[in-house]
Design a protein around this ligand. Structure first.
Ligand code: 5AD
Ligand code: SF4
Length: 457
């Protein structure tokens, strides 16, 4: 029996797709292995969001040439966004690749591998259908985390932000049926999952591709999922600020298990740049939405994405982004140097900010955000937070978990706690990436409620 290993790059969409491919491969009688060096089949699930992501994949593929020459049984499948973007070009550049599959075709991975084997030649499946519907596969939980899972609610994107390659790699927006989503979410909770994250490129436009008569909006969907008995935490990602509605804000008032974290990518603090990015909101409207969210849920942790060095970004525009950081005080931010990604529309704009200048702006921004994040983290010191256990912490012999606000907390614990247990932890120290704490008492529902009141007080 042949075994396989999946290497995943990129976002949560890709993580979810990798989990699914793992299951489909097992169902087709391939065996998973935890040792990349021992795999007969290496599946590389790729990202192409920036040039760097693409280089990483090509350098990994280059390094596999030798292994392929030495081992005639070894097979390589490249899936995901870079596979979609490159198609047959990837095989021309890397002839030792056996299968190239875009995100819409991953459901066919086992069959395509067998086809490549039978015909003794490489196979490509990168057609992008405009009326793609996501097949429903009930997850079996045999791989990955037992207590928290992603549920895809939609695929693709119609927004065409000028810098972004996603509409070209994941296609047009396609929403899954509410019944399919609910069935998968209920199934997960029945299997013991405590936390679900709903996934989509822009969850706020969920349902917009459905006929008006039987359309369910994202806030309505969120309410339905939140009602599933036994679901302790509900999250979602990602949202374009232009579509963030008052109805979604109200969900943060009404739904107890909706987590106190919102990832709201702003990209720039300059209206001129936002317009060139085709983001369809202004700094003022973004700030209004932030205020609305904070009013709906006090203590909401807000995170964002930012791009520096977009074509035409002057020092003044960059300063506006710095001003925005100052006024919003994000809990954390992912920030990137602009990278030109054909065929995204910004490729026709002159990439006029030099690499050195982009690096300078990025490091100024990251330094400032680091200070803000640390200050934000310090605000938690002394409070009691409910922490969902993840497992042993990576760097010490402590236990690690996440707060509802999505902060990592490490704490010493006398006994082994099960992933998914929620326990109250008193925060004693704040670092840049993590919080440290002391367990107050071991899991007990009555005391948990006490702790919840204490942390809200
Ligand atoms: N260059 C730099 N950053 C980009 N992102 C998306 N496309 C690009 C690009 N061409 C960033 C955005 C997005 C995050 C996932 O990646 O900030 O929100
Ligand atoms: Fe995810 Fe975008 Fe990368 Fe595709 S290109 S894996 S959608 S981040």
């Amino acid at each position: 029996m042949l075994n396989f290993y999946i290497e995943t790059f990129g976002c949560q969409m890709n993580e979810k797709d990798s989990d699914l491919m793992d299951q489909l491969m097992r169902e087709s009688n391939f065996l998973p292995t935890a040792d990349i060096g021992a795999a007969d089949i290496l599946i590389i699930n790729t990202c192409s969001i920036r040039a760097k992501a693409e280089q990483k994949v090509y350098s990994l593929l280059g390094s596999l040439r030798h292994r392929k020459r030495e081992d005639s049984r070894f097979r390589i499948a490249v899936t995901g966004c870079l596979a979609q973007q490159e198609g047959r070009k990837m095989i021309a550049r890397m002839p030792h690749v056996d299968v190239v599959i875009g995100p819409q075709s991953i459901y066919d991975l086992p069959r395509l591998l067998k086809e490549a084997e039978k015909n003794r030649r490489s196979v490509t499946a990168t057609d992008l259908s405009t009326d793609f519907t996501i097949p429903s596969v009930l997850p079996d939980l045999k791989n990955g985390s037992p207590h928290k899972r992603f549920v895809t609610i939609m695929q693709g994107c119609n927004n065409y932000c000028t810098y972004c390659i996603v509409p070209y790699t994941r296609g047009r927006e396609s929403s899954r049926q509410v019944e399919d989503i609910m069935k998968e979410a209920r199934h997960l909770v029945e299997l013991g999952v405590k936390e679900i994250t709903l996934l989509g490129q822009n969850v706020n436009s969920y349902g917009n591709d459905q006929p008006v008569a039987n359309r369910t909006s994202f806030p309505e969907l969120l309410r339905q999922v939140a009602r599933i008995e036994g679901l302790r935490r509900l999250r979602f990602t990602t949202s374009n600020p232009k579509d963030l509605s008052p109805a979604l804000m109200t969900c943060f008032k009404d739904l107890d298990n909706l987590c106190s974290h919102f990832h709201l990518p702003v990209q720039s603090g300059s209206d001129k740049i936002l317009q060139k990015m085709n983001r369809k909101y202004t700094v003022e409207s973004y700030l209004d939405k932030v205020a609305g969210l904070r009013e709906a849920r006090s203590g909401l942790a807000l995170t964002t994405d930012l791009i520096v060095g977009f074509p035409g970004e002057t020092e003044k525009d960059f300063q506006k982004t710095m001003d925005l950081l100052q006024s919003v005080q994000f809990h954390s931010a992912f920030s990137f140097k602009y990278s030109s990604r054909p065929p995204a529309r910004s490729c026709s704009f002159q990439d006029d900010i030099g690499e050195e200048e982009k690096s300078r702006r990025l490091s100024i921004l990251q330094e400032r955000q680091k200070e803000i994040t640390l200050k934000r983290n310090q605000e938690y010191v002394g409070s009691i937070m409910n922490v969902m256990v993840e497992g042993p912490s990576r760097s010490s012999d402590e236990t690690s978990g996440r707060t509802d606000s999505n902060h990592i907390v490490n704490f010493p614990c006398p006994r082994k706690l099960e992933p998914g247990e929620i326990i109250p932890v008193k925060i004693t120290r704040a670092c840049f990436n993590t919080l440290r704490g002391e367990i107050l008492f071991e899991s007990d529902p009555t005391r948990l409620d006490l702790a919840r009141h204490a942390s809200m007080a």
